[in-house]
Each structure stands twice: as structure tokens, then as C-alpha cells.
Write a new protein. Structure first.
Length: 234
């Protein structure tokens, strides 16, 4: 394989960055048109547990800002696989066989685990969380009208989905550190009790203040922690 000069490497990197930027722009334009459908999708769990749901637009620019933020989010999600592919094409020629396997594992399993975490939160956690908050507000000792702001709800939903998507990266991080020789399996087993405490505390901090959502984050995290031990080398 012909070696490239420093300037050729920079030119190749610049070309791939421009491809990613162009792809992001196109994805953003597409995200603008699908933003209403995404907003309807995100509000579906709330509407499913709240019979007389009404969301409030608190400002005249709320609709614009929500559509822009959702279009940006869609563009990020669509562009990320393309960007990872460009990174792979750029670094792959300089990697050894075992290093390629290491990088491919990250590129393949990280998005899959992220999607799994998002799906878990959306389909299992959201109904419990929203039902808890609606029932809590409806049982207030004083007459109250429940009308959450749309921007607050969208931000809350997206933030919670991100938390679960990132949290589900735990087994990948542990297994890759183990395969790289940084984290021995015996040490992880010895630290199990501390890991359990850390996961429970993290679940309490990262989720809404109700025991159901905290359990729904802590239990799969503990299961993923135990699963990652099974895939570690001794």
C-alpha cells in the first residue's frame, strides 16, 4: 500500500469532513420536514396515559424553536452512522487486524446499544413516569389545571432518552477495556458491590424522583453489568 504524505492525510481528512458536513445539511433539511411527525411520536406516550391532554405553547416562537431543535436532533442521529463510516474509512488503512476488530466493535455495538436504551426508555419507562406525574398532579389538594409547556416536555423526553442511550453503553465500555488489557475480569468481579451502589445512586440522580423509574433504570443496568462480565476474558 502506498504511503501518504502529511499533506495528503490532511487533504483526505478535509474531504471526509466536508462530506459529513454536507450530509448533515441535507439531513437537517429533511429533519425540518419530518419534525412534526417526530414531535407527535415523542408526545404519544404522554397522550396514551393522559385522557384530556393539553400542551401549552408559552411563546410565539415556540413552534419554530421546537421544529429547529427536532430537525437538529434528527440530523445528528442520521449523520452519526455516516460520520462513523467516514472515520472508519480514514483510519482503517493504518490499523492492524486486531485493532480493526476493536474499532469495528465500537462502531457496530455502540449504536445498537444506544438504540436499545432509547427503545427501553420510550416503550417501558415513559408510560410509568408520565402516569406517575399526571396522577400526582391530579391529586393535588388544591384545584389545578395541568398544562405542561411543549418545550419543557420535549426537552425532558429527549434528555431522558439520551440518559438511557448512554447508560446502555456500560457493557461495551467494560468489555472493550477488558479486551484491551486495562480492566481484568477478576477486578470487576471484586468491585461488584461498589458497582451496584454506584448504579443505584446514578439511577436515583438521572431519573425523575419516583421509585418506579429509578428501578427501571437500575435493573437493566445491573443486568448489563453482569452480562458484560460473562463476555470478559479471564
Amino acid at each position: 500500500m502506498k504511503k501518504m504524505t502529511i499533506m495528503q492525510h490532511f487533504a483526505e481528512l478535509r474531504r471526509r469532513i466536508l462530506w459529513v458536513v454536507a450530509f448533515f445539511v441535507v439531513a437537517f433539511v429533511g429533519g425540518w420536514f419530518v419534525a412534526p411527525f417526530v414531535q407527535g411520536f415523542l408526545t404519544a406516550p404522554l397522550l396514551g396515559v393522559w385522557r384530556d391532554a393539553q400542551l401549552l405553547y408559552t411563546g410565539i416562537t415556540d413552534g419554530l424553536m421546537i421544529q429547529l431543535s427536532i430537525a437538529f436532533l434528527v440530523a445528528i442521529m442520521v449523520t452519526t452512522p455516516f460520520a462513523l463510516y467516514q472515520v472508519w474509512r480514514y483510519v482503517a488503512p493504518g490499523l492492524h487486524k486486531n485493532e480493526k476488530k476493536f474499532v469495528v466493535s465500537i462502531f457496530v455495538f455502540s449504536p445498537l446499544l444506544f438504540v436499545a436504551g432509547v427503545a427501553f426508555a420510550f416503550y417501558l419507562l415513559f408510560p410509568f413516569v408520565f402516569r406517575f406525574f399526571i396522577e400526582l398532579n391530579e391529586s393535588a389538594p388544591v384545584p389545578a389545571v395541568i398544562m405542561p409547556a411543549v418545550r419543557d416536555y420535549i426537552g425532558f423526553a429527549i434528555g431522558l432518552l439520551k440518559v438511557f442511550g448512554i447508560a446502555f453503553q456500560l457493557p461495551l465500555v467494560l468489555v472493550l477495556l477488558n479486551r484491551a488489557g486495562v480492566l481484568p475480569r477478576e477486578r470487576v468481579i471484586a468491585m461488584r458491590r461498589y458497582a451496584i451502589i454506584f448504579i443505584v445512586i446514578a439511577a436515583a440522580v438521572l431519573t425523575p424522583p419516583d421509585i418506579v423509574s429509578q428501578i427501571l433504570l437500575a435493573v437493566p443496568m445491573l443486568a448489563l453489568f453482569e452480562l458484560s462480565i460473562l463476555f470478559m476474558k479471564k
